[in-house]
Design a protein around this ligand. Structure first.
Ligand SMILES: C[S@@+](CC[C@H](N)C(=O)[O-])C[C@H]1O[C@@H](n2cnc3c(N)ncnc32)[C@H](O)[C@@H]1O
Length: 353
């Protein structure tokens, strides 16, 4: 690998963000983290037979993925693993090293995925927090082709988890016509200048096509691709409303539903946003999602009749929040309609063929 292009990145302020107790709000703890643990759990399944799973985490930041991987059934059952985190940002790597200083089999390396991946026999190449969206399309295409070249001829299965920003998220309806735009990380818990960077967004069909083309170009033709949408209504930018006119603060409101001491005005959670031009499947899914979401609110309103605020806040609202989470999960069609779009690519080993 050549030397990385920069050492401190647009993630200025990110150390403070990742160290802040506020970062893990109720939505993160109750929706996003369990969904990611389930996704990583499925990704690890084909690798369970390995004597030791070698994991490479691209854009590892402070090592968040490692903590989630350890909550998967495979790893709680004791599947032995080695983990290598790769990142461009020296400050985040320093935080990662501090957090995992005592962990055996855990290492962090400074590097830019555009320059190639560290040598090694990687079984699972994972990512989370949309690091691949930093890349321009040709760079992503080249880097994933490099990953596929690395997997070609492996006797055992390889799984790649590629995480990008969804193009058609409700958080940025004003940006749906664009596929790379200046993304403000204004949700970071930091004072001072808001970090921002150009980011690429993808719909599911395009991302899968890029991955399949890269696989074919690398001579890997037997790939299985599963796509997932995550945070369909409650992405981080629903806290800022930066890119959608009149976007309700869905995430703050859902966090409030989980607060047993606060009663939330449910009409604020109604999902009724004018959409922009998008493929028919995207528009239809957004409409069905909104109908199912609003139906939950109506049922919750009816159930609250005759109950006092204390009961509604402590019992009915957390139950409503769980129902809304189930709605998000039900509409996970991998179309690129959530904050993040994740492709899980499984390449069976040549010994399986
Ligand atoms: C939002 S953070 C996600 C961190 C972590 N994976 C998580 O889920 O919390 C995105 C990370 O990607 C890293 N990154 C961006 N471009 C990169 C590149 N070209 N090569 C390696 N890492 C990169 C950033 O430095 C940052 O740590």
């Amino acid at each position: 690998m050549s030397s990385p292009r920069s050492a401190r990145t647009e993630y200025v302020g990110a150390v403070e963000h990742y160290s802040s107790p506020d970062r893990r709000d109720a939505v993160k703890r109750r929706w996003e983290e369990p969904d990611l643990v389930a996704l990583f759990g499925r990704a690890l399944e084909p690798l369970r037979a390995r004597a030791q799973v070698h994991i490479l985490d691209i854009g590892c930041g402070p090592g968040t993925v490692l903590e989630l991987l350890r909550r998967t059934p495979a790893m709680t059952d004791g599947l032995p693993a080695r983990y290598l985190g790769l990142d461009l940002d020296v400050d985040l790597l320093e935080l990662a090293r501090q957090r995992h200083a005592d962990d055996a089999g855990v290492e962090f390396a400074h590097g830019d995925v555009r320059d190639g991946i560290p040598p090694g026999d990687h079984d699972l190449v994972v990512s989370s927090g949309v690091p691949w969206s930093h890349l321009e399309r040709p760079d992503l295409r080249r880097a994933v082709q490099h990953l596929f070249t690395h997997t070609a001829g492996r006797a055992t299965p390889t799984v790649l988890v590629i995480d990008v920003l969804g193009r058609y998220s409700l958080e940025w309806i004003e940006r749906w016509a664009q596929t790379r735009w200046d993304y403000r990380m204004s949700f970071f818990a930091t004072e001072g200048e808001v970090p921002h960077a150009p980011m690429s967004t993808y719909d599911g069909v395009e991302l899968e096509a890029i991955l399949r083309e890269a696989a074919a170009a690398a001579g890997v033709d037997d790939v299985e691709v599963a796509r997932h949408d995550r945070s369909l209504v409650v992405g981080r930018h629903t806290m800022t409303g930066a890119y959608t006119v009149d976007l309700p603060r869905f995430r703050d409101l859902v966090d409030g539903l989980y607060d047993p001491n606060v009663r939330i005005a449910l009409e604020g959670l109604r999902l009724d946003l004018p959409l922009a031009d998008a493929p028919e499947a995207v528009l239809q899914t957004h409409q069905e999602l909104a109908a199912a979401w609003n139906a939950c609110l109506e049922r919750a309103d009816a159930a609250a009749v005759g109950h006092d605020d204390t009961h509604v806040a402590a019992v009915l609202e957390p139950a409503l929040a769980d129902d809304l989470h189930a709605v998000e999960q039900r509409f996970d069609r991998g179309l690129g309609i959530g904050h993040s779009l994740t492709a899980v690519v499984t390449i069976p080993g040549s010994a399986d063929g």
